[in-house]
Design a binder for this molecule. Sequence first.
Ligand SMILES: NC(=O)c1ccc[n+]([C@@H]2O[C@H](COP(=O)([O-])OP(=O)(O)OC[C@H]3O[C@@H](n4cnc5c(N)ncnc54)[C@H](O)[C@@H]3O)[C@@H](O)[C@H]2O)c1
Length: 249
Amino acid sequence: MQDDKNQVVVITGSAKGIGKSIAVTFAKQGYNPVIVDFNEQAGEETAEEISRKYHVSSFFVKADVSNAEDLINVRNQVIERFSRIDVLIINAGISYLRTIDEISIDEWERVIKINLHGSFYTLKAFYEDFLTNKGKIIFITSGSAITGTGGGAHYASSKAGQHGLMRTVSKELGPKGVNVNAIAPRVIQTEILDHLYPNEESRKELLKKIPINRIGQPEDIANLAVFLASPESSYIHGQIILADGGRTY
Ligand SMILES: NC(=O)c1ccc[n+]([C@@H]2O[C@H](COP(=O)([O-])OP(=O)(O)OC[C@H]3O[C@@H](n4cnc5c(N)ncnc54)[C@H](O)[C@@H]3O)[C@@H](O)[C@H]2O)c1
């Protein structure tokens, strides 16, 4: 799919889960993945594992996406090391399944700060690079923004905010040759899902709602991200693509 073997993909929240799977899948295509996460140990291990197994140049940068300065540091390290960025995947996120009366003001602010402000800080840090070099930007959002389920009001609101951000950026950057889309997963087997659906019973109930009768795997999202980063997908722009086993529509 890819002809230039020096391409660089930056993925936030990629020490584990969907982000890690995206990093591995891009590495298999020959991209150099930059692992960005606030989990230092897992982040270092992921970058080391990817460089060793896939013979690409992966490295880890510690960052909390709710801190704009951290993202500027990520950007500077990426440009210092590779002098380019080709694909940006805005993936880091947290979720809690709670009702509005259970959501504290602190928790509301924390979720919005990481999921929504963090997306903006990430985008802003790399904005100028995309203006000059084009490339692909992919947001990992959530079906929750559409359905209002699968997380608390803070989570669904933050994800709906990401959709607004993605649509605006697609209008701003499309004419500059930057391709921008969102992937909206619903239930993917990661630690977030383990917190949301902790027991067998809740899993069984969940499966009944998914027409293809399986819980999604991180690779389901990663494969779509690789396609959206490829030249073959260039006419898909400003879209929210649900990856949900047919559950929503
Ligand atoms: N798993 C699902 O079912 C599901 C469904 C819909 C959407 N999503 C979205 O997919 C994305 C990835 O989710 P996942 O399931 O892989 O979660 P996960 O918890 O397995 O992994 C999230 C990663 O992000 C990192 N992270 C969290 N907050 C961070 C911060 N402030 N700064 C830097 N790194 C941070 C974590 O350390 C972790 O490595 C999230 O945006 C989530 O909302 C997941």
